[in-house]
Design a protein around this ligand. Sequence first.
Ligand code: NAD
Ligand code: LMR
Length: 339
Amino acid sequence: LMPSNPKNDNSFLERANCRAKGGASGFKVAILGAAGGIGQSLSLLMKINPLVSVLHLYDVVNTPGVTADISHMDTNAVVRGFLGQQQLENALTGMDLVIIPAGVPRKPGMTRDDLFKINAGIVRTLCEGITMYCPHTVVNLISNPVNSTVPIAAEVFKKAGTYNPKRLLGVTMLDVVRANTFVAEVLGINPIDVDVPVIGGHAGTTILPLLSQVKPACSFTAEEINYLTNRIQNGGTEVVEAKAGAGSATLSMAFAASKFADACLRGLRGDANIVVCAFVDSQVTELPFFASKVRLGRAGVEEFYPLGPLNEYERSGLEIAKKELGQSIAKGTYFITKA
Ligand code: NAD
Ligand code: LMR
């Protein structure tokens, strides 16, 4: 039991509530799946983000402990925990940004699509909650298979009449984070100075790094391009195998998700030139969803950048990516429309 404030005049609660009102002074963020491998580290990183005034931690297990722990950090955000479906309403009400890392992770030998069976239903339930309790929020969807869960979320929102394509973003930032890291290694420079666009989707060959568009401008040998493309496309599997049954990327993912959420919040605040790669409702290709560079603003996704000139290697990679991506999107859409 939490000891009561010795002042016993509710001043702590008043101050907390005052801070919690946020508005000009910060955003309200919920993490669904907050007690998981990604969720715990992500909760920590969002608690130290100065743009966050209220942080809601929701899961079906263990949120009291995670919340008590995180809430002792002496940073501005007021932290509240929510446990189980009956507390989803309070977890979601009033949120500006909802980040979803809920769902099962891969084990060695599995594809991300093997997670569909369990995670599709989890994402549907959580998104139904969003349509009821915070229909205007920005959503950052992390749960795999992202290529299908984003279309699932879109259909749930459409069904409820609350779909705003500018506010639904599949998180592919980890592919960019990995690409920056591996490219920097090859170039022998600091990854902070590297920017690699990664387009397509978030699974195997649907992950397409555009190595011809790396900043700073540079060139690679055919061997380097093969190595880098394969390593970026299989980065997730590399971690799954190294963890040997104990799950998939959590720490680098929490880092990537926190970078991505921070970009969304800065966009919502009205900062200029916030550009990220994200898997979104898109007309950049003939597919209904596609990951590419977008500019974020107060409305969410405000501008799409063209893919730019692709070399032959990238053009053939794009054709392969689009084929698999189309099937994964259709599978997600059908999961909701069939009912
Ligand atoms: P984890 O098992 O450690 O944590 C998942 C959490 O979700 C658990 O705490 C679980 O209780 C919770 N959960 C399950 N059902 C829920 C529900 N209905 N409502 C709320 N919470 C629920 O897994 P993890 O390693 O944190 O990975 C989570 C998901 O993120 C997996 O699907 C994984 O594949 C995916 N992932 C995506 C990326 C990406 O780049 N987009 C990267 C890494 C992992
Ligand atoms: C990743 O890229 O690390 C995640 O999608 C998790 C996984 O299953 O590979």
